[in-house]
Design a protein around this ligand. Structure first.
Ligand SMILES: [Zn+2]
Ligand SMILES: [Zn+2]
Length: 427
């Protein structure tokens, strides 16, 4: 058995996920994403020649997994395999990405559209065959259409790539599937390789009670949330637990919610989500924005880290009044506005003085935690020969590795490759 896996991005880092797996002279590319440097400029994964690719398989629509893929369509036209919602969500995220980064990106929507027209859509649990390589996607529970990708190479290797995954069921998505296959090589993410999340139910209760208290005292609740996944999760949770609330959705969150609705068969409870969308209000213009900040209500708006978008507008309007609440529910990268406001209670360079509103951070992660990742990996114990840990900084990945080692013993190889590293197995 021969296996050659090259980490083109996402090795000991979160961002620009890109992994190439050799299959009889050609390569399968698992994800091709971007990351951002400290000045917020896009950073690409390592290069791969489109002509060498048998196929590109994309786990989900986040830009750290698909944002670099259109580059492959400047000079090439490789076949791309993914789910339908992935392309639709990625299209909106790419429009936004190009609007903000056009001078630093060498492709345009034309390349994205070429990519779409070379895409073969796949459903969970249905096999596709690409030149002798069999592939199957399984639900990853992370965002709509997110998938774990399973491939069987001609040499007999059975590789499962988790992508970003969540083994906890949420209001919008079922938990990640246990893929019913005999995996020999598992490529697993490690965003939370060293940490566990607080119990989900408790976090949800806290969110609902802060929202209710705020609205009862006549205040406005601002929930800055990632446009894909977190926004839809928050509105569904609030509708299910407190259906009488007056909820508004603004920015990219609103557009993505519409896409969620068009692919509701990928959601845990399509009927519930339809009712949610019917009951919330979409903010359509600035006059509506000005009106809603004056009455008790809940506003869910992108961007989740307060990097821009309407959430910044609302922050400026609402931070000054102690009756209001601002609840951050997304991951806050160090140095993001969200992180800085939580640490220091103000953002002077944006003219946001001391925040007098109640300010909270609630963990509603869409990535699996350390203990759950270990539990998930051990399901493949009987066939597993090696684990490749990606999509996490070195510290997170090493703590995960030591936990896995305790459960699986010495028989399994564990790799934490850096970007650029190659794992070659000759048996
Ligand atoms: Zn993701
Ligand atoms: Zn990711």
């Amino acid at each position: 058995m021969n296996l050659r896996v090259t980490i083109l991005g996402g090795g000991r880092e979160v961002g620009r996920s890109a992994i190439s797996v050799d299959v009889g002279g050609k390569k399968i590319l698992l994800d091709y994403g971007v990351s951002f440097d400290e000045r917020d400029r896009p950073v690409l994964p390592l290069h791969v020649r489109p002509i060498d690719l048998l196929a590109v398989m994309i786990s989900h629509a986040h830009l750290d997994h698909i944002g670099a893929a259109p580059y492959l369509y400047i000079t090439g036209a490789p076949k791309l395999i993914t789910t339908r919602p992935t392309i639709d969500v990625a299209r909106l995220l790419t429009l936004d990405f190009l609007r903000l980064n056009a001078p630093y990106v060498e492709y345009e929507m034309r390349e994205f559209d070429r990519m779409s027209s070379n895409t073969v859509f796949i459903e969970y649990g249905k096999k596709v065959e690409v030149d002798g390589v069999s592939a199957e996607f399984f639900n990853a529970g992370h965002i709509i259409g997110s998938s774990q990708v399973y491939i069987e190479t001609p040499s007999g290797e059975r590789v499962l790539y988790t992508g970003d995954f969540n083994t906890t069921q949420t209001w919008t998505l079922k938990q990640a599937d246990h893929a019913p296959v005999e995996v020999t090589t598992l490529i697993v993410e490690s965003t939370y390789g060293a940490r566990n999340h607080p119990p989900r139910g408790k976090m949800e209760e806290r969110l609902v009670s802060i929202v209710e208290e705020t609205v009862d005292r006549g205040g406005v609740v601002l929930i800055p949330a990632f446009s894909v996944g977190r926004s839809q999760e928050v509105i569904t949770l609030l509708y299910a637990r407190a259906p009488y609330l007056d909820i508004y959705v603004d920015g990219l969150s609103r557009d993505i919610t519409e896409i969620y609705l068009t692919h509701k068969e990928f959601l845990r409870d399509p009927a519930l989500f339809t009712r949610v969308v019917e009951s919330v209000n979409f903010v359509v213009d600035s006059s509506m924005r000005k009106k809603i900040v004056k009455k008790p209500c809940v506003i869910v708006a992108s961007a989740g880290m307060l990097k821009g978008g309407p959430s910044l507008y609302y922050l400026k309007r609402l931070h000054d009044n102690p009756r209001n609440s601002i609840i951050l529910v997304s991951y806050q990268a160090v140095n993001s506005n969200g992180h800085r406001v939580l640490e220091g209670g103000q953002l002077p360079e944006l003219n946001i003085g001391p925040v007098k509103a109640r300010l909270e951070w609630i963990d509603l992660s869409s990535h699996t935690s350390r203990d759950d990742t270990i539990k998930y990996i051990s399901q493949y114990k009987s066939s597993l020969r090696r684990i490749i840990i990606v999509h996490g900084d070195y510290e997170e990945a090493s703590v995960l590795a030591s936990g896995v080692r305790e459960v699986l013993g010495e028989d399994v190889e564990i790799h934490i490759p850096a970007t650029g590293e190659e794992i070659v197995v000759e048996e």
